[in-house]
Design a binder for this molecule. Structure first.
Ligand code: IPM
Ligand code: MN
Length: 352
């Protein structure tokens, strides 16, 4: 029997609760489709940091290399200064495994979950491909004369041709494989970022010559924010740099029904990828069994897809859809679902 080894980092806050439901659903699918998932848990996160001052030791990176994929709950702790866990765990993992693609499917399952007037599931079904290791996230910059009126701070947007090329190529391939509108939209800010934006634009056109079947379009990022609200039905696949992608994927999460349903994948096409719900650790809801696990379950479906188990991926996605259309889940918001976290997990698991 095909066996997949999954490293699980439940993380902080509600992370462990949602990850448990994802595992439950994967196990249920595994029985049906005759594969095996082996889960090994790692305790990286805020609690461990507060205890040991350690975020993610290099030895952990070595250990994680033995797994087929990483399944992550949430990172973030109210008692830890912002940046420490994000940079020390989440970004460190993205860099260490060269997960240069952040894949974010944006799909509305029920019209009632969308805050936009008159938009239906037909209107909201696109994918954002966010470059995931470059740009300002490279972390190069510094500060001089801190805390004086002469203070200067820099944080550089850095991109190499190679980084841009591999991301854009991935996006063209993805758009072709997705085989829907076959429309790839580059999002940037070429009117101001005349160096970085120009690099992206040129590479977009050059690589595009190899994909004559894919229509190309370009949006400035500010305009894209308008269109995502006004005409989300226009989009098929969006490709963009790291920071712009961070922002438009949160906007996109809201139009698909919120963080309760938004999932993402940090992908190295030839390496170890990591799958996570987009929401944070939600300290307010921790331990109450009220957080929505659907985003984590959706991330589990993406993980199955990446590992080549297309049937399992589709079965889980359809089970999410069936669960939502059953009317048993009142809302996607934490505490308002009308079911507990584990009941939502049970429902989806019963439908795969
Ligand atoms: C995300 C998050 C991270 C990011 C943070 C937590 C570092 O917002 O995955 O979108 O900015 O990439
Ligand atoms: Mn973000």
């Amino acid at each position: 029997m095909k066996t997949y080894k999954i490293a699980v980092i439940p993380g902080d806050g509600t992370g462990p609760e949602v990850v448990n439901e994802g595992i439950k659903v994967l196990q249920s699918a595994a029985e049906k489709y005759k594969v095996k998932y082996e889960f090994v848990k790692f305790d990286f996160g805020g609690e461990r940091y507060l205890r040991t001052k350690e975020t993610l030791p290099d030895s952990a990176i070595e250990e994680l290399k033995q797994f087929d994929a990483i399944y992550l709950g949430a990172i973030g702790h109210p008692e830890v200064k912002p940046g420490i866990l994000e940079v020390g765990i989440l970004l460190k993992l993205r860099f260490a495994f060269d997960q240069y693609i952040n894949l974010r499917p944006v799909k509305l399952f029920r019209a009632e979950d969308c805050p936009l007037k008159d938009k239906t599931p037909q209107d909201i079904d696109f994918v954002v491909i966010r470059e995931n290791t470059g740009g300002v996230y490279t972390g190069i910059g510094g500060v001089q004369q801190k805390n004086t009126e002469y203070e200067i701070a820099t944080q550089l947007m850095i991109y190499s041709y190679q980084q841009v090329e591999r991301c854009i190529r991935y996006a063209y391939e993805y758009t072709r494989k997705r085989n829907k509108k076959k429309l790839l939209t580059l999002v940037h800010k070429t009117n101001v970022l005349t160096y970085c934006g120009d690099l992206w634009y040129r590479v977009f056109q050059k690589v595009g010559e190899e994909y004559p079947d894919i229509k190309q379009d370009y949006n400035h990022v500010d305009a894209c924010c308008m269109w995502l609200v006004k005409s989300p039905e226009y989009y098929d696949v969006i490709v963009t740099e790291n920071m712009f992608g961070d922002i438009i994927t949160d906007l996109s999460a809201m139009i698909q029904g919120g963080l309760g349903i938004a999932a993402g994948a940090n992908i190295n096409p030839k390496g170890i990828s990591m799958f996570e719900p987009m929401g944070g650790s939600a300290p307010k809801y921790t331990g109450k069994n009220v957080i929505n696990p659907l985003a984590a379950i959706y991330a589990a479906s993406m993980m199955a897809d990446f590992l080549g188990e297309k049937n399992i991926a589709t079965a889980i996605e359809q089970a999410i859809q069936k669960a939502l259309l059953s009317g048993k889940i009142k809302s996607l918001a934490a505490g308002k679902m009308g079911l507990t976290t584990s009941e939502v997990g049970d429902l989806v698991a019963s439908l795969v």
